[in-house]
Design a protein. Sequence first.
Length: 306
Amino acid sequence: MAMHAEQFAERYRAGLRTFLDDPGEAQRSQAYELGRQGLAEGLGVLDIAAAHAAALQRVLGAHGRRGLPEALMRGANDFFIECLSPFEMSHRGAREGARAWQRLNEALENEAKRIAHALHDEAGQLLASVHIALADVASGLPPPSRARLQEVRRLLHSIETELRSLSHELRPTVLDRLGLLPALQFLAESVARRAGIRIRVTGEEAGRLPSEVEITLYRIVQEALNNVVRHARAKRASIELRVGPERVSCAIRDNGIGFAPEQMQKGDGLGLTGINERLHALGGSLQIASKPRRGTVLRAEVPRRR
């Protein structure tokens, strides 16, 4: 990156000199192209500003004590602004992409909520009706037949339990009704019971957060716990929720086998792509610390308000 910045500064200095000698449209296009190249090389706005400052210092030195004429100073500023145009356009594109991703997430969550309620309410009512009908039938049957019907009722209870679990995974009603911390506690209890590991949840009650913040952090914890169960071989895990005046953070720790950094950079097996995209849509950040046989810490942080 340092070499790229140094080479870019040389190109910038030459382009600025050309522009100050002849500030025409061709030179403006050259400034824009220079900015586009810098963006493609991974340079940032501060690198461009540093190149501009260094080039301007050279130009000022050439004019000695007389200083830079106002017209040349305006020209230098025009060149700088034109060079920054690709960065501004890239920022707009990223912002629009984040908004589109957020709208897509909201649409998916609304659809998941609709399906979850249908499973919980409508399917639940149908199963309750079946239970009543079976009870009526059983009352007129001899004991051996009643025993066989009882087995059917046990299977129906299993179906009810599975549907309820699926409904909560699609859209946890406790999140909508009580908020993030109770939803995380409910999730941890469910995963701990299913996977046979201990999961501790700590945090502070700080009132309701914006719905997009709550569902984003909930989904991230859900994905992180899935990783703990599938890959970590952990015996213990913990979830820590911290709510500050400006930002909300959630840390998920486990005492599992961990993984090397190159594993984290590979495929989507850990679900990190989806986590990063959810966080990016809210202007959040993700930090992961892990070493082989020393467990993993995943920390997600988002602004409290958009």
